[in-house]
Structure formats: structure tokens, C-alpha cells
Design a protein around this ligand. Structure first.
Ligand code: GAL
Length: 385
């Protein structure tokens, strides 16, 4: 099953890559032809795991994009295992890749290895997740992580009309992996957007779990999120108390939480469930009213922006705010929000968007999704080819 999904995603990416490269890819309209600027350079791409859908999309799409621009690509997935990611990156260093793109499993666990990359003069781009504790990271490319959480919180505010309704409404939080530097940004963005209403009692957290540590989900695991929500429901909602909101930081956790609600929740309402990523199973839940929204981070735009950054670095430029002119979508160049405990890492932050059942077409427009035959659910673009 997993193999079929991965193959489908890979094919989808192949198909959409062609479409994308022909339309809005700056790779095809900036000065040098891609092949001329890339020569025979090799890009090493380290992704965390194939177990979560989004990394399959990112990895395969990056690979196609860089190969299409004339680069050789080494792409490795490290099974959510730190030792393996260190080994995988070490082997890419040994292979003398020219640049590394790394989505870290544990932001704190790559210091030694990336020190070796630096000694070998291999620049490192932190992809989506910031890498901590090293000066070897040259740049960070991601979405505005705090804004992802803020969009979730503001969505809840608007859905419940918190500025006008008296409440109180019950809310429970599910956050991400404590080893992932993004996870606190997501949680804080959401919590800060709702804090005022929590403080004045309009939003109540019956479990009392209101710190990131209390609601974190190691490895962003669906099973752990399911179990945690089942425990919360059993302990605080067993007598039919109403849960109004399950604020989940991403789709893999939202999947587990929604499953717990479907099977173990006794209330009469349908709770609002938030997510992030646009994973296929979650989009299906959105259509079925089991999840309410997801924050989507456009992989095409992230990958193309990363290609532009890598090209600039490999061409000996010093990328700054001006580089965003070559990106396919709006991005901010931020030099002081992402400190990795050694330095402020210059960051390119793209804009995430909210997806609900009303604007699924926006995902189809990315080229990575398509409607099924009944125009009801989304599937990977290649699943019918
Ligand atoms: C985060 C990433 C999210 C989500 C999560 C689980 O770092 O930004 O998009 O995928 O990891 O993999």
C-alpha cells in the first residue's frame, strides 16, 4: 500500500513537474540556462522519513526539479532515525556532493556531521526545518512557521466567532515533535492567536494541558496522537461534555485525533479539527466533515525557491532579499527570527494558505492533486495513470 502511494506520488510529481517547469518556474527564465549553470554539480537531499506523506512529495519533487535543471541528485530518506540521517549525510559528503539540502529529523542531532560538511566546503541549506547548534547552515528555506499556527488559531476564532459569542467553548491542543524546531513555532502561533480568549474564559481547556510539552507528539506520530486524544476524551469528556475544537498542528496528528473523535467521542456536535500539509487522507476527512481545515504549504513554490537559492550559492553569489524576485511566490527574507543557538540563520519564509472543503481546487491548481472521477475527493495526480 505504502509502495503504491509512493509510486503514485512520484509519478504525479513527474507529471506536474513538466507542467510547472513550463509555466512559472524561474529556473527557465533567469539568465543562465539551467544546464549551463549546473554543469555536473551534485545536490545531496536528506529527507526525514517516507512514513509521512509530505516528505515523499517534497523529496521526489525536489529531485525532479533539480534534475530538470541539469543537476545530479542524491536523495536519501532516513526512516526518522537520527543515526541513519547522520550516516546518510556522511555518505553524501564522502560522495563529494556540491551542496546539501537537509530536512532534519532532530534539529539538534546533526552538529558533528554538518561540521564535516563545512570542513569539506559543502554549503548546507536547512529545508523546511531549522537545524540547530551549528554554524554550518548557510540558509533556511521554509514557510512562516509561526504564521502556520496563527492561521489555525485565527480560523478557530472566526469559526466560533469568539469576538461576539459568549462561549465558553472547550478546546484541546495536539502539537508536534519536540525534536523538530518547527513544532514550537506552530504551537505558539496557534496559542498566541487564542490566548486572549483562553485568558478571559471564553475558551476552556478541560484537560488543563496548555503547554507545548504537555501536548507534544514525538515523531508527529498518528498513533500517539490517537492514543493521547482517546485518553483525554476518556478522562475529561466521558459524560458527554462537548469538545468544540481539537487544534492539531499538522495532518499526521490530526488523522489520529479525528479517528479518536470518530470512535470515542460522545458529544452531539462535530468538533473543529485543524491540520497542516494537505495529506490525501486528511483531505478526504475534510470533504467528509471529520477535519475542518488544513494549512497548505505549496511544495512547488518551496522547491523552486530552494532551487533558486542553491543555484545562487553555487554560482558564488551571496543571496539576500533580492533573491526573492526569482521565487514563484511571495516570500520574506528574514535575518533575525531563526536563531539556531549559534547564529541567526538567514531565512526565506514563504506564505502558507488555508484549505477547507470550499477551496480544494487550489490544491488541484498546484498540479500535485486531481479530482477523482466523481469530483468529490482529491487524489495524487498520477493515481489513475
Ligand atoms: C514539520 C513540517 C510540517 C509537518 C511535520 C511532520 O516540520 O513543517 O509540514 O510535515 O513536520 O512531518
Amino acid at each position: 500500500m505504502k509502495k503504491i502511494l509512493v509510486a503514485a506520488i512520484a509519478l504525479a510529481i513527474g507529471a506536474s513537474f513538466t507542467a510547472c517547469a513550463n509555466t512559472n518556474s524561474p529556473a527557465n527564465n533567469g539568465g543562465d540556462t539551467p544546464a549551463a549553470s549546473s554543469g555536473s554539480k551534485t545536490v545531496g537531499i536528506a529527507m526525514p522519513t517516507k512514513a509521512l506523506e509530505r516528505w515523499n512529495r517534497d523529496g521526489e519533487y525536489l529531485k525532479k526539479l533539480f534534475e530538470g535543471a541539469g543537476y545530479k541528485v542524491e536523495l536519501k530518506y532516513s526512516d526518522n532515525n537520527n543515526d541513519q540521517q547522520n550516516n546518510d549525510i556522511q555518505s553524501m559528503i564522502a560522495d563529494k556532493v556540491d551542496i546539501l539540502l537537509v530536512a532534519a529529523i532532530d534539529g539538534e542531532a546533526l552538529t558533528q556531521t554538518l561540521g564535516d560538511a563545512k570542513s569539506a566546503n559543502i554549503p548546507v541549506i536547512a529545508y523546511d526545518r531549522l537545524i540547530m547548534g551549528t554554524d554550518a547552515v548557510s540558509y533556511y528555506v521554509s514557510f512562516d512557521n509561526y504564521t502556520v499556527g496563527k492561521l489555525q488559531g485565527e480560523f478557530v476564532r472566526d469559526q466560533l466567532d469568539l469576538d461576539n459569542q459568549k462561549g465558553p467553548f472547550n478546546i484541546e491542543f495536539t502539537a508536534g515533535d519536540p525534536a523538530d524546531n518547527n513544532a514550537t513555532f506552530f504551537f505558539n502561533g496557534a496559542y498566541d492567536a487564542l490566548k486572549k480568549y483562553i485568558d478571559d474564559g471564553k475558551l476552556v481547556i478541560p484537560s488543563g494541558k496548555k503547554t507545548f510539552e504537555q501536548v507534544a507528539t514525538p515523531s508527529w506520530s498518528t498513533d500517539t496522537a490517537l492514543e493521547n486524544m482517546q485518553n483525554t476524551l476518556a478522562s475529561y469528556y466521558a459524560k458527554g461534555e462537548q469538545l468544540d475544537v481539537a487544534l492539531c498542528s499538522n495532518d499526521s496528528t490530526a488523522l489520529g485525533v479525528a479517528q479518536a473523535i470518530t470512535s470515542d467521542y460522545n458529544g452531539k456536535n462535530t468538533p473543529i479539527v485543524t491540520g497542516q500539509d494537505g495529506d490525501i487522507a486528511n483531505l478526504r476527512n475534510i470533504v467528509n466533515g471529520i477535519q475542518t481545515m488544513t494549512v497548505y504549504k505549496n511544495v512547488n513554490n518551496l522547491a523552486i525557491s530552494t532551487l533558486e537559492l542553491a543555484k545562487a550559492i553555487l554560482n558564488g553569489e551571496t543571496p539576500d532579499a533580492g533573491l526573492t524576485d526569482r521565487f514563484p511566490s511571495k516570500a520574506v527574507f528574514d535575518t533575525n527570527s531563526y536563531n539556531n543557538n549559534v547564529k541567526d540563520v538567514p531565512s526565506y519564509l514563504l506564505d502558507p494558505t488555508i484549505i477547507t472543503k470550499d477551496n480544494l481546487q487550489e490544491l488541484v491548481d498546484t498540479g500535485l492533486y486531481q479530482w477523482d472521477a466523481d469530483h468529490k475527493y482529491l487524489e495524487s495526480t498520477a493515481s489513475t495513470t
